[in-house]
Design a protein around this ligand. Structure first.
Ligand code: ATP
Ligand code: MG
Length: 308
């Protein structure tokens, strides 16, 4: 066993498509997820996130490159990997003829867990995902968000060492999303490792130790949310509604963006007070705020799109 839960090296996937050109979904992805980490994959629609998760969770074969899960090659020994992983697939649905309680319990039993353990874990997962009141209704009668909660409950109940969650909170209300975050944090405290995808950047930031931004099948940048924000130029920004004419005063502090009469300056936190002083001396109204992860994402991916 290695200290890493997952390691991919130069992973490539080319889908062949009948009557059309092949699609290169992954163009050489290398990444690592350490044990106990929560890592998010971010990327535009079609970037390759689901393809990566499918290969890593043994559901799809790579064209080339490798993924190891706890040191075991997923393509060579999928049956050895499966007991260690659990997956919430993108757009998965619970069995309509089962209730959430039956679904969670049955899945745990199918994975070979003993009766008593399965029972206890089912109740705990139903509780954590706010499903207790509707736990005995057929899933066909549940709302979209309730079905999604059932999917997440099923997978967190496994307490598998490595969990893959592909957009686990899609369609959930803000309370349910926080229940998921809480459950995932609890799982990693108990030693599990989590790799997820999400389009909610607040969620990615609240939840992940590290993030990978994927674009057109390649890793564009990776790091903590703080590091990604810094890589777009400073992790704070100062907005001055009437600052545009004074842009030259601020250029040395970091990237400046004039928009009409307004000016935005991106600065390292250490230089924030200096910028505020310069603004005050010029009698400019100035407001400071953190750069959002969403903005870092838009800039990083936008820059890469512009390069073409
Ligand atoms: N079975 C398939 N056959 C052919 N092309 C596919 C297949 N599955 C995915 N693709 C293509 O591979 C690329 C990556 O798709 P993937 O589903 O991995 O993206 P994603 O990052 O998960 O996107 P989303 O955010 O929309 O879920 C896309 O161009 C997609 O059209
Ligand atoms: Mg996807």
């Amino acid at each position: 066993m290695t200290g890493e839960a997952l390691r991919s090296e130069n992973l490539r996937k080319v889908y062949s498509v009948r009557g059309a050109a092949p699609v290169e979904a992954l163009a050489g992805v290398s990444m690592t997820v350490r044990r106990g980490e929560r890592v998010s994959l971010l990327g535009r629609n079609g970037a390759g996130k689901t393809t990566f998760l499918k290969i890593a969770s043994t559901l799809l074969r790579p064209s080339s490159g490798t993924v190891e899960v706890f040191g075991v090659d997923v393509d060579r020994s999928p049956e050895q990997v499966r007991p260690f992983i659990a997956v919430v697939p993108q757009e998965g649905k619970p069995f309509f003829h089962l209730t959430p309680r039956e679904q969670v319990y049955t899945y745990l039993r199918a994975r070979g867990l003993p009766r008593e353990t399965s029972k206890a874990r089912t109740e705990e997962a139903l509780q954590q995902m706010g499903l207790v009141e509707i736990a005995d209704r057929l899933s066909i009668t549940l709302s979209g968000g309730q079905r999604q909660r059932t999917m997440v409950a099923t997978v967190i109940a496994t307490q598998a060492p490595l969990l893959f969650l592909d957009e686990p909170t899609i369609g959930m209300d803000p309370f349910a999303r926080r229940d998921v975050w809480e459950s995932l944090r609890r799982l990693t405290e108990r030693g599990s490792t989590i790799l997820l995808t999400t389009h909610y950047l607040d969620e990615a930031e609240a939840l992940s130790h590290r993030l990978y931004i994927v674009e057109r099948g390649e890793v564009l940048v990776s790091g903590t949310a703080e590091e990604l924000k810094r890589s777009v130029g400073g992790s704070m920004q100062v907005s001055m509604p009437e600052g545009a004419p004074y842009i030259e005063l601020f250029r040395s502090f970091g990237p400046c963006l004039a928009d009409g009469s307004a000016l935005e300056v991106r600065v390292d936190p250490e230089r924030l007070s200096e910028v505020m002083e310069v603004a005050a001396r010029a009698q400019l109204e100035a407001r400071m705020e953190p750069v959002s992860l969403e903005e870092a994402f838009l800039r990083a991916v936008g820059r890469s799109i512009d390069e073409d």
